[in-house]
Ligand binder design. Structure first.
Ligand code: RAT
Ligand code: ZN
Length: 436
């Protein structure tokens, strides 16, 4: 088992390790069943505001696919308002017709639906969606979560818990039963993106914060974060940030979001002993009529990241960036700062060609000290395709590197491969959220 491998056996060993190692997924938008599900199922009727999305109609109306459907039938043929007024099932039928009937589903997100159905052992719906709709309606969501996790080989996943979202907060207030398959992540975009709006919301929840950060704002803001992080048992705090995100020193005179970050958010993370995740490069609502599908990518300034990592050595930062052009400098930044952990090929980067390029560059610059991927699934079933598509790519990149090593005479054993793959798929994350 622990003999050095001949070069001819390396690729098989790597693929085995990458497929067999259970992943801990550090960024998804999947919720446990206590948050309710809008999908009618074997265990009960639809809960219209429920947050756990799953099933064929949710998969087809994923915003990645909605954007693609509007390329096939643009707004002059299917006005945005008309589409949004349709029932979920009619929207799904429309997307199905555009992307699977009138066109061939070769895009990453379209193929992903097929990968998922195939992995679940379902017939591909060449003759329509009704059979699939019946099958999903017969599932009990709680058992179905287990099934998806087993097929995707996932140990645990994080939710994205947007505390400034009234609908989500109402669910917490109504009472959530802990579910060991999920960890919470306290998501706080408005604090950094729009301080006055965040302050108004916090005041509404009984915290004494002012629009201009005066008076007791700093201690009250921290109290808000500590209360909610404690209540959710959040494993880290997070925000998605625009390409224009900047940080110099967080001092007086700097934008309020930057000051709040330095004076409220990062001290709270230190008190809690948890990292802060920055997802940088999403320009919201480039086309607002498209809803979630209308966001754009943009190149950001890496100096914000290096300034932050340098100024706050007592904090730990997960960082992912959305623009392909930022990837190299982000790797270089991670070489400078031990408190920076790069993660995932985010959103528009989660395509095989880019995952391969980015993962190879990361291995070359950072060895095994990064987190190669997260699913970012919004619909439970997508966990399957996101990981089925990424795993072979990660394995391919690693295998080529080990083969090169064998060429130098360095012994590469199954144990070394297993250790490295565990680091990449779970331990780097676990060690970063709870350092020894
Ligand atoms: O990937 C996505 O689905 C995006 O819409 C966002 O959720 C993004 O990942 C985010 O977390 O802001
Ligand atoms: Zn996300």
């Amino acid at each position: 088992m622990n003999e050095p491998l001949p070069v001819s056996r390396v690729a098989d060993e790597v693929i085995r390790a990458v497929l067999q190692t259970p992943v801990i997924d550090m960024h998804t938008h999947i919720y446990s069943t206590s948050f309710g599900t809008p999908v009618a199922n074997a265990a009960g009727p639809a809960d219209p505001g429920g947050l756990l999305l799953w099933g064929i109609d949710e998969m087809l109306t994923y915003h990645y696919l909605v954007a693609e459907a509007f390329r096939v039938r643009p707004a002059d043929e299917m006005p945005y308002e008309t589409f949004w007024r349709l029932s979920k099932q009619d929207q799904a039928d429309h997307v199905w017709r555009c992307l699977f009937v009138e066109r061939t589903p070769v895009s990453e997100a379209a193929k992903g639906l097929l990968t998922t159905l195939q992995a679940l052992g379902l017939e591909l719906p060449v003759s329509g969606l009704s059979g699939l709709r019946r099958w999903f309606a017969e599932q009990d969501p709680d058992d179905y979560i287990d099934r998806v996790m087993e097929v995707a080989n996932i140990d645990k996943m994080t939710m994205t818990n947007a505390v400034f979202d009234d609908a989500e907060r109402a669910r917490w207030d109504a009472g959530i039963t802990p579910d060991s398959r999920f960890d919470a992540v306290l998501r706080i975009d408005p604090v950094l993106r729009d301080w006055p709006a965040a302050a108004a919301a916090m005041r509404g929840m009984g915290y004494g914060v002012a629009d201009d950060l005066s008076g007791g704002s700093v201690s009250e803001g921290r109290r808000f974060l500590l209360d909610w992080a404690g209540r959710m048992k959040a494993v880290y705090l997070a925000a998605s940030l625009p390409p224009s995100f900047a940080f110099t020193d967080g001092g007086p005179g700097r934008p309020l979001g930057e000051q709040a970050f330095a004076r409220i958010v990062l001290p709270a993370c230190r008190d809690l002993g948890v990292p802060f995740a920055m997802m940088i490069g999403a320009r919201r609502a480039a086309n607002p009529a498209l809803g979630d599908a209308g966001d754009m990518t943009g190149r950001a300034d890496i100096e914000a990241v290096t300034n932050i990592c340098a100024a706050f050595p007592g904090n730990r930062f997960f960082v992912t960036m959305l623009s392909r052009e930022n990837q190299h400098e982000l790797c270089v930044a991670a070489r400078k700062f031990g408190n920076l952990m790069i993660f995932g090929c985010w959103w528009f980067l989660n395509n095989p060609s880019l995952v391969e390029e980015i993962t190879r560059m990361r291995v070359e610059l950072l060895g095994t000290t990064f987190i190669p991927q997260h699913a970012d699934a919004r619909v439970l079933d997508q966990m399957i395709y996101k990981w089925r598509h990424s795993r072979p790519i990660i394995a391919r990149v690693l295998a080529a590197k080990y083969e090169d090593l064998v060429g130098t005479g360095w012994p590469v054993t199954p144990k070394t491969i297993e250790r490295d793959v565990r680091l990449l798929l779970r331990d780097n994350y676990l060690n970063f959220i709870a350092p020894r």
